[in-house]
Design a binder for this molecule. Sequence first.
Ligand code: AMP
Ligand code: MG
Length: 388
Amino acid sequence: MVTIEEALKIIQDQSVNLKTENRHLENCLGFSLSENITAPFDMPSFDNSAMDGYALCGIHSEYKIVGEVAAGDMSEIELKEGEAVRIFTGAKVPGKTTAVIMQEKVSIHGDKLLLETEPKEGQCIRRKGEELKEGQLVFEKGYSITPAGIGLIGSLGIEKVEVFKKPVINLITTGNELIQPGKPKAVGQIFESNSYALTAACENFGFHCKDKKQIADDFEPIKSGVIESLETADVLILSGGISVGDYDFVKQALEENGVEEQFYKVFQKPGKPLYFGKKGDKFVFALPGNPASSLSCFYVYVLPFLYQLSGSDKNGLERYSFPISHDFENRGDRPSFLKAKISNSKVEILNGQGSSMIQSMALGNALAFIDAETSVKKGDPIECLLIS
Ligand code: AMP
Ligand code: MG
């Protein structure tokens, strides 16, 4: 048995082989850059107007209108003192422009432009290089690409980026009692839900489960299922059958397939019978079958490792401390990840903390960490992992 910190350290200390690929801007959301990106040019690359209005030369209250520049125009007009041109947002400002005035603040009489107040030098002009200078570091290697990141990469004229490949994840659920939702359920059976929850949890963070198998509690089928799934996976996630019951064959099946245990059992609640193993450059998490335990273990242990395998600068769920909205006593003898809800910047520990109980997790938005045999008072700060 290892502590939570030891388990996380063992996972974090794995050396992983990161592979890279070249991806088009359209398909790189959530991938992590495998190299730095620097600005190939100043941004903006020319002084341009921030408004629809008039570009002015000199500080006056009256100007002579001498022309027009629209966004995209290539003209190389140069203004003389007291001259103005009609200009539109994004258009290159003519040479010798002192300021741009928005059209709402002027009146026009023939070719005369009259201002209510004199302009301030430089107003409404977006200066060349004011956002980024050529050669400036824009993104560091490991940056996890967001929609705004895609916008910026595109505006730098970059069509394809080098990113780390994401791990191939395969999933095996085990259990004689499991039946797929939608099928008629006999007495003693339960609906198989972990594969759906775990797949969705992967998708939620930009990862994808490729192959999914459901296998009964029989040693040989589990063993051959593991062989087959490991062939194509970087990470194999199993659910169920990793406890100490007579029908729990997962650990033995992994051992007989040459998977080396990195840890088995973590001193925590829920999710004590958590297993982490390795075979070559492939990794295996065997999660307990109880729905809340399996998802909790995914969030705390699997997700950080998926980020690690994808070269990301993220290391798991966001962690924040919030004051608890009520007194609470963790009577359990193990440190606990409790299903919780954060609202109005306060955290509430929800009813329904059983390992099998997923409703509280479905209605909550966080896992609150409280140490074993610990009493907390209303207002005490509680460390929370944000699950949504
Ligand atoms: P196990 O870890 O196999 O001992 O399973 C612990 C509990 O979780 C049992 O009550 C199982 O019926 C339940 N369980 C196991 N696998 C699943 C699954 N895929 N979906 C829903 N419940 C499951
Ligand atoms: Mg089972």
